[in-house]
Structures are given as structure tokens and as C-alpha cells.
Design a protein around this ligand. Structure first.
Ligand SMILES: Nc1nc2c(c(=O)[nH]1)N[C@H]1C(S)=C(S)[C@@H](COP(=O)(O)OP(=O)(O)OC[C@H]3O[C@@H](n4cnc5c(N)ncnc54)[C@H](O)[C@@H]3O)O[C@H]1N2
Ligand code: MOO
Length: 389
């Protein structure tokens, strides 16, 4: 068994960043920017009024209105001292004007305008380029947010270079498994792990694909592994342990798996394996439902981020207070299911790795290092959030 940190290092060594592709801006939300992009224009491209009112020429109190500047249709002339131009929000400030008065703060009588309160120089004017200048960069890598898309649009960028989505083949293994909605026999259960992992992968920006369930025979597993096609990452679930029907390591080995490791000093997730299988990376996850999802957060998510070019880093952790005491940990790093409240994080009593109802109630994994002593309420522990991406 190797420690979690060593397993992560070996996974990162296997996880090569993928190439990039150009896509329309409208499809880029959540994708990872692959190269810096450069603003194609200044914003605003002219000095613009921030308010509806009057653009004023000179530091006097009374003005004569000589025209109008609207958004999209500027006033073409020059404003001299004692002249004003009716102006609207977003419109270009005309030549010669150096301040804008709000219409609420003037008295208008025909073409005459008198200030009812003073207006400071540059008031209510957005200088040319005060948001960004042509040539300013949005730096890669970054996962594009809705706010980023608005920024890129205003930079006049309509196509975006993004990292290709990692293609992930998901294979459940086990004679006992049936798909949700099917009619299981008395000794059968429903395959759940691949559904949780599919959602996790999609959220991370990967392109997951569910392959048929492999039965517990070498022929069946070989057959399904033969369907992985052009996947960058093959994930098997179950059959990773030491039982007579746990055949994943053997069959993958016969098919040429260059194994990087098998078994990690953690709870749950001990039988995790990984290596290179032909052109793809392979991760063999344990079958216990909580083990599969915990390994999804602790190993698969960082691997997908590395493939997307976001760097090789473990799942982010946050130090939080314990809301209640917890006993000593054993020799394996323990990822305990818990829930965060106003008093800190509460670790659930039931930690068996088969309990999906407990995992579903959790929003945090409390990371207990090997040999961690018993802890009191109020002590600090490291937590991985289950809802973050
Ligand atoms: N003698 C030992 N037995 C076990 C050990 C060990 O070290 N020595 N390790 C235990 C640990 S830890 C785990 S975790 C499990 C994992 O074993 P496998 O990866 O071989 O998983 P399976 O045996 O195939 O299944 C375990 C459990 O999970 C259910 N399962 C499997 N796939 C799915 C799925 N897609 N959806 C829902 N549930 C699934 C399966 O029915 C079993 O109940 O081994 C321990 N044993
Ligand atoms: O991964 Mo196993 O579930 O440690 O329980």
C-alpha cells in the first residue's frame, strides 16, 4: 500500500494535458481557457457618459443646449464654454465637454440650462478604456464563468480556445448489477456508482460515457474493455479487491496494463489501482459505493483538472472546527463523511463504505491523517467540500 500523496503523484504522471479546440463563445461556459485571449478593442471605446443629463462646456453655471448625444449616435460638433449637449447614459461625451450634470440637478428652460448644484470636473464621465484596453489579456488556464463570458464578449471575442474535454469510459463490473429501472433478481442490486461518477465527471468538464456492465468473467470484461474506443481515461468500478471474482487487475494486466500502483493506505478506497492501458490512462475504483465516490473526489477530480491543464493539485481542503469530538484514527488516511453547520463540522456516526444514504446527507469529507489521535470539539480538521468543483 502506498500513501495517498504518492498515489496522486503517480496519477499526475499518467495524466497528460490534452490538446485544445476553438469553440463559439456561447458554448464556452465552464470550459477551461487553453490560451490567453487578448481584447480586440478599448472599453469603453470613447469617453462615455455614466448618466442621463447634460455634457457641459466650461466651469460656469448657465449653458445653452446645442445638440444631443445618444448611445450609438454621437454629437459631432465641439462644445464651447457656456454650451451644453443633452446626453444619455452610454453616449459619447462630445469634444470640449469635461463634465456631465445629472438632469435631476439642472433647471431647463427652453434651450437654457442652469445648474442647481455644482458639478466637479470629469464628473459622470467614464474615460476611454477605463474598463480595459485593446491588448489586455484574460489569462489561461482558467475555468470560464458566466462573468468571464460577458467580459470576453465585450472584448469582441466570438470564438474561444479551450482545452478538449477528457473522454472518460465508465465500466461497472459485477454479476450482481442491474441498471436503474430494470427488474433485479433477488440476489441483485442496482448499479449506482457509475451514475454518481458520470455526474461528477460531467460537472468537472469531462465527457463521460457509460459502457455496458461487465460480468465477472474475463471474457465479458475483455469484451467491454474492447469498447473503450478513443477514451483518454478508462474507469472501472468494482472487482478491484482480492476476492475470487475480483478480476479487473488480472484481465487488465493480460490486456497490457502497465500498472503504476494497486492499493492505497486510505479508508475507504484501499483497493484503488491505476496504470496505462494502451493509449489511455486507467483507474480501477473499488466497488463499494462510498469508496468509488470518495476516490472520485480525491483522485479522479484532480486527474481531470490536470488533463484540462488546470495543474496537478490535490482536492482543495479547508480547515474547519469540529462540532463534536471524534475518536482516534487507525493506520490509513480516513475520509470521514460529515456535515458542516454553524458550530463546525459534525462527523456522522455511521461510516461504512456501503452507505449511500449517509454519503447523500454529507457535504464534507473530513480528512484524518494516519494515526491521528482522538480530537475534541473545537479542534481544527481538514475538510474536502463535496459540492465544490
Ligand atoms: N478479504 C478482503 N476483502 C475485502 C478487502 C480486503 O482487503 N480483503 N477490501 C475491502 C474493501 S476496502 C473494499 S472497498 C471492497 C472493494 O472490492 P471490489 O473493488 O472488489 O468491489 P466488489 O467486490 O466488486 O464490490 C464491493 C461492493 O460494492 C458493490 N458494487 C460494486 N459495483 C457497484 C456499482 N457499480 N454500483 C453499486 N454497487 C456496486 C458490490 O455489489 C459489493 O457490495 O472489498 C472489500 N473486501
Ligand atoms: O475502500 Mo474500502 O471501502 O476501504 O471500505
Amino acid at each position: 500500500m502506498i500513501p495517498v500523496s504518492e498515489a496522486l503523484d503517480k496519477l499526475f504522471a499518467l495524466a497528460q494535458p490534452l490538446g485544445s479546440e476553438e469553440i463559439p463563445l456561447l458554448e464556452a461556459n465552464g470550459r477551461v481557457l487553453a490560451r490567453d485571449v487578448v481584447a480586440r478593442r478599448d472599453q469603453p471605446p470613447f469617453s462615455a457618459s455614466a448618466m442621463d443629463g447634460y455634457a457641459l462646456g466650461g466651469d460656469v453655471d448657465s449653458f445653452r443646449v446645442i445638440g444631443e448625444s445618444a448611445a450609438g449616435q454621437r454629437f459631432d460638433g465641439t462644445v464651447a464654454q457656456g454650451e451644453a449637449v443633452r446626453i444619455f447614459t452610454g453616449a459619447p461625451v462630445p469634444e470640449g465637454a469635461d463634465r456631465v450634470a445629472l438632469q435631476e440637478n439642472v433647471i431647463r428652460d427652453g434651450e437654457a440650462v442652469t445648474l442647481s448644484e455644482p458639478v466637479a470636473p470629469n464628473a459622470n464621465i467614464r474615460a476611454l478604456g477605463n474598463d480595459f484596453r485593446a491588448g489586455d489579456r484574460v489569462e489561461a488556464p482558467r475555468r470560464l464563468s458566466p462573468e468571464d463570458l460577458a467580459l470576453l464578449a465585450s472584448m469582441n471575442i466570438d470564438r474561444v480556445p479551450v482545452a478538449r474535454r477528457p473522454r472518460v469510459a465508465l465500466i461497472a463490473t459485477g454479476d450482481e448489477l442491474r441498471m436503474p429501472g430494470e427488474d433485479p433478481g433477488p440476489d441483485q442490486i442496482i448499479a449506482s456508482n457509475t451514475f454518481g461518477l458520470h455526474a461528477l465527471l460531467a460537472d468537472l468538464g469531462a465527457e463521460p460515457r457509460l459502457l455496458p456492465i461487465a460480468r465477472d468473467t474475463p471474457e465479458s470484461l475483455r469484451c467491454v474493455l474492447g469498447l473503450v474506443d478513443d477514451a483518454d481515461l478508462v474507469i472501472t468500478v468494482g472487482g478491484a479487491s482480492v476476492g475470487d471474482h475480483d478480476i479487473v487487475a488480472r484481465v487488465a494486466g493480460e490486456m497490457g496494463l502497465e500498472r503504476a500502483f494497486h492499493r492505497v493506505a486510505m479508508r475507504p478506497g484501499k483497493p484503488l489501482m491505476s496504470g496505462r492501458l494502451g493509449p489511455a490512462m486507467m483507474i480501477g475504483l473499488p466497488g463499494n459505493p462510498v469508496s468509488a465516490m470518495v476516490c472520485g473526489h480525491v483522485f479522479v477530480a484532480p486527474v481531470i483538472r490536470a488533463m484540462l491543464g488546470l495543474g496537478a493539485a490535490p482536492a482543495p481542503r479547508e480547515a474547519l472546527r469540529l462540532a463534536a469530538p471524534v475518536g482516534a484514527n487507525g493506520p490509513r488516511e480516513h475520509y470521514m463523511r460529515g456535515r458542516i453547520g454553524s458550530e463546525g463540522v459534525t462527523i456522522f456516526d455511521r461510516q461504512d463504505s456501503s452507505l449511500l444514504s449517509v454519503l447523500g446527507a454529507a457535504d464534507a469529507l473530513v480528512v484524518r491523517p494516519p494515526g491521528d489521535p482522538a480530537r475534541e470539539a473545537g479542534e481544527s480538521v481538514n475538510v474536502i467540500h463535496l459540492t465544490q468543483r
